[in-house]
Design a protein around this ligand. Structure first.
Ligand SMILES: [Zn+2]
Length: 167
């Protein structure tokens, strides 16, 4: 499923950014996607809701989705026009020689996170991450976690592992 891959990578990036900001939870992701990516809006929303539920860090997060209508310029007559995914010929002169100006976007516009109230995130972070690890304690996850958080990929691994164990 195309949309699931998009949402998974978007949430990986958003979660990484949220962790780097010292957040406790990811609350919202604002996303712009061009229709030429062939991603379907309903499927994106469905995939987002399914994926965020798998991780306590993202559980309940909202998706603000902006679908961008494709726009092209005719190379013959210079006409600029919007169109759907399938019709790109010039409405003025009928030429197929057109250049896509917009519609392939795939970008995170912004994220909203829940920051801890505690003034000392350095003391707070390891404790809260520890609580996210499954009680039977996969040692690997505990050992790989870097308290100073310089390796975001390690944090990511830990959360995805937790997600798998819950299923
Ligand atoms: Zn034209």
């Amino acid at each position: 499923m195309h949309e699931l891959g998009i949402i998974t990578s978007v949430l990986d990036s958003a979660t990484q950014a949220a962790h780097e900001a010292g957040a406790e939870r990811l609350l919202k992701v604002s996303l712009s996607i061009g229709e030429m990516t062939e991603a379907i809006e309903e499927a994106l929303v469905f995939a987002f809701e399914a994926v965020v539920e798998q991780d306590p860090f993202t559980k309940g997060a909202q998706l603000e989705l902006t679908m961008i209508t494709p726009k092209s310029r005719c190379l013959e007559c210079g006409c600029e026009f919007t169109h759907d995914r399938f019709h790109r010929l010039c409405p003025e002169c009928g030429s197929f020689a057109t250049e896509l100006l917009a519609g392939r976007e795939l970008q995170i516009d912004s994220i909203e996170v829940d920051l801890p109230d505690d003034e000392e995130p350095d003391d707070e972070e390891p404790a809260s991450y520890g609580a996210q690890v499954a009680p039977d304690g996969e040692e690997r996850a505990a050992n790989e976690y870097a308290p100073d958080g310089e390796e975001a990929s390690q944090v990511k691994e830990e959360t995805s592992q937790y997600g798998e164990e819950r299923v």
